[in-house]
Design a protein around this ligand. Structure first.
Ligand code: GLN
Ligand code: ZN
Length: 466
């Protein structure tokens, strides 16, 4: 019984496996268990009342997995369970899932078959694009942020009240608009070069997209441990992924309408959406990832269409998807890179693609990072005193880099001097023409007072370096 996913076990298959083992190992030495600890699976499916009952019948959380394990034990200890309802229902559920119309969307499958190298590459090489992108008129050491601004108590409360239908959609959206407007005005005032809308409308960088795509469902209580005491509630990808509706256009368009400065479009990348969800197990992860990528590709094109000049596609989970076995790395990296490129490569030369990753340990995958062919990549570096950039120097990374100049994981306000030191340090590794100035990551867990002070200092540092 797979302990890592949320899918109903295929009991017939387990019985087959156990029979095979039984022919080699004597009965009294055989132990039946889940494949790993149930730490990665939510607790009890029965608590979920909002899930479509057809889909719910395909699922199994920890409590249900335990029942599957106990059933298998009983099955082999008695002859009475060959035709038990538990087994028959399990067979039926697995069969229904396989052919369900809820899962399969022929249009998407056909689209996937058409992925060619044309879909995978930008129209021109970076060196050519760079010339066209001079039209963006950015100064040396351009300043930007990674996307989110503080998700204050007020923002979260408004979202909760909207969810509980205590305030109208109109009311909620007006509130989000006023928060966005304040963020834009703030960035303009302090002189940031490339603005963000602030992501106030997003509960979470994966959930927000999943909620708007076909093929995802959400649980109410499906929490699992992420790290330490932090928990997450991953969406479940159960079927073919389709983008029926624009996901971010409205907010980006609104933000851009408020300013003459460039506003960055903000998307979560296909690999991260895959990696932070429970993924269907009836097709390869590669295929599912590419379906997400195709959906994002359409979103990217729409962002370009409404006039956004810069689009950031976050891939903080790219590295954590690396398989344990080194021999499997290449295959993963190949489809992960292709997925990012499917999502990002449709735009014109003049549209600048950014990506962001929350870590800096890149030595072993630098060639893959290069293959993403993002015009700009921002990474976490401040805590390592920029030493991580060493690998970029040795590797001669061709595109631009925004090495995070301060750590957003603490409320501490960085001093002008320390950021200046970091950027001077960075210039030893990267040509100054290629350096962007930004924090390590998004600012959603921070409070406004420290964000205001930190960003003002960050802009001052960039200006002094110019
Ligand atoms: N754009 C996201 C944000 O700013 C990126 C978050 C992340 O890298 N984990 O919150
Ligand atoms: Zn990050």
């Amino acid at each position: 019984v797979n302990g890592r996913n949320i899918w109903k076990n295929n009991l017939s298959k387990s019985i087959e496996i156990i029979n095979k083992i039984k022919s080699k190992i004597s009965h009294d030495k055989l132990i039946i268990s889940s494949s790993c600890s149930l730490l990665h699976s939510p607790v009890d499916l029965n608590k979920e009342e909002g899930i479509n009952h057809k889909i719910k019948d395909w699922l199994s959380f920890s409590d249900q997995k335990l029942k599957e394990i106990v059933f298998l034990q009983n099955y082999f200890n008695s002859n009475l369970l060959k035709d038990s309802m538990f087994l028959l229902n399990n067979i039926k559920a697995n069969k229904t899932r396989k052919i369900s119309k809820l899962i399969h969307n022929q249009r998407i499958k056909n689209k996937l078959k058409l992925i060619s190298s044309k879909l995978l590459n930008r129209k021109n090489k970076y060196t050519t694009r760079k010339e066209t992108q001079k039209n963006l008129n950015l100064p040396l050491f351009p300043t930007t942020t990674i996307g989110s601004f503080p998700q204050t108590q007020k923002v979260r409360k408004a979202r909760l009240r909207f969810k509980r239908k205590e305030i109208s959609k109109n009311n909620y959206e007006n509130f989000l608009k006023s928060e966005t407007k304040k963020a834009i005005k703030f960035q303009e005032n302090i002189g940031i070069d490339v603005l963000v809308h602030g992501e106030f409308e997003r509960n979470d960088m994966v959930e927000y997209f999943g909620e708007q795509l076909d093929g995802f469902i959400f649980t109410k209580f499906g929490w699992v441990q992420s790290y330490g005491s932090r928990c997450v509630k991953p969406p479940i990808i159960y079927g073919d992924i389709n983008r029926n509706t624009q996901m971010t256009i409205k907010w980006s368009k609104y933000a851009q309408s408020l300013t003459k400065k460039i506003v960055k479009g903000m998307l979560t990348g296909p690999v991260t959406i895959l990696q932070w969800s429970f993924v269907r197990d009836d097709q390869s992860r590669e295929l599912t990832c590419k379906q997400i990528a195709l959906a994002l590709r359409d979103e990217v094109l729409d962002l370009e269409k409404i006039g956004l000049k810069i689009i950031q596609i976050d891939e903080p989970a790219l590295r954590e998807g690396l398989p344990l076995r080194k021999s499997d790395w290449n295959s993963y990296l190949n489809w992960a890179i292709d997925s990012f490129k499917i999502a990002s490569s449709s735009v014109n030369d003049g549209t600048q693609i950014h990506t962001h990753m929350c870590y800096g340990e890149f030595e072993d995958i630098l060639d893959s990072i290069e293959k993403l062919d993002a015009d700009v990549i921002s990474i976490e570096t401040s805590r390592s005193n920029m030493e991580l950039l060493d690998s970029f120097k040795n590797y001669k990374y061709p595109n631009s880099i925004g090495p995070g100049v301060y750590d957003i994981h603490s409320p501490r306000v960085p001093t002008v001097n320390e950021m200046k030191n970091l950027l001077n340090q960075a210039q030893k590794y990267i040509n100054k023409e290629k350096i962007w100035v930004n924090p390590d990551c998004g600012l959603k867990t921070r409070g406004w007072p420290e964000v205001k002070q930190s960003l003002k200092s960050m802009v001052a540092v960039a200006k002094s370096l110019r």
